[in-house]
Ligand binder design. Sequence first.
Ligand code: NAD
Length: 292
Amino acid sequence: DQRVVLITGCSSGIGLSLAVCLASDPDKTYKVYATMRNLAKKERLLECVKGLHRDTLDILQMDVTNQQSILEAKDRVTEKRVDILVCNAGVGLMGPLEVQSLDTMRQILEVNLLGTIQTIQAFLPGMKAQRQGRILVTGSMGGLHGLPFNELYCASKFAVEGACESLAILLHHFNIHVSLIECGPVNTDFLNNQQKTELGDASLQQVDAQTLSLYEKYLQHCGAVFQNAAQDTEDIVKVFLDAIQSPSPALRYHTNDAMSPLTTLKTTAPDSSQYISAMSKLIFSSNSAEDQ
Ligand code: NAD
């Protein structure tokens, strides 16, 4: 029997690469349901799987913020079971906190946190009944340590960590394994797709000069990090495969060691003051002492 995989957020990036990789398995080990919010964006995925057999890939509409849409996608799974659920859909939000509207903040939490949770909710009873399953979630370094100008994004990803860790303790009793694939920067459309306050944005007129200058430094830092240290989606997909193929997968997989000295500071110096000064120095270090 094929292992039935359902992935969210497959129109681009990590979700698309994972769907293509699993659907291209020469032994046809997987039947992949690649889901996306907007089916009009399926061309990119179709382009990547050109020539593949129809029996390993199906594309379904699914908006993770819409319960009806999740349940309709679930109904379309012909095998009537999902062995491997991949909660990958997510969006970023970047900018000074004081300019974020309540609606924008809600939207990030709706997609990243509640979207992930309500997708899991929909497939959990089936997995429990089968007494087996895998739940993989695209996690982020932003879920493990704070990042300036990413308060809402980090809040949503920290929250996902808490939800997954909590579930893992229970689901262990049902032979269901939860794994977070913790990514650092990855070369995808993520930065373009995110909600970002641009430097010329009118909303920034209400923000004080020091915050603005720090934001500018942050954007430069972020650009440099993505340019120098971003991984390709193929690297991330390998880690997903490790977790999928492991007989006893871990709760957390790190895709990249580059950030681990900083994350380690949070455990070796648990009051986090060292983390805060190290991160501040890394991002904002400049000639201006008052910024640090
Ligand atoms: P991406 O923007 O290419 O992919 C995100 C996907 O989620 C898109 O296809 C988008 O359409 C989809 N999506 C957004 N809202 C949705 C909704 N309501 N319903 C269904 N799908 C929705 O970027 P990516 O880098 O591939 O992001 C995938 C995941 O990886 C996200 O959860 C992101 O937080 C996480 N991540 C990315 C990075 C990075 O640097 N790219 C780093 C750490 C974690």
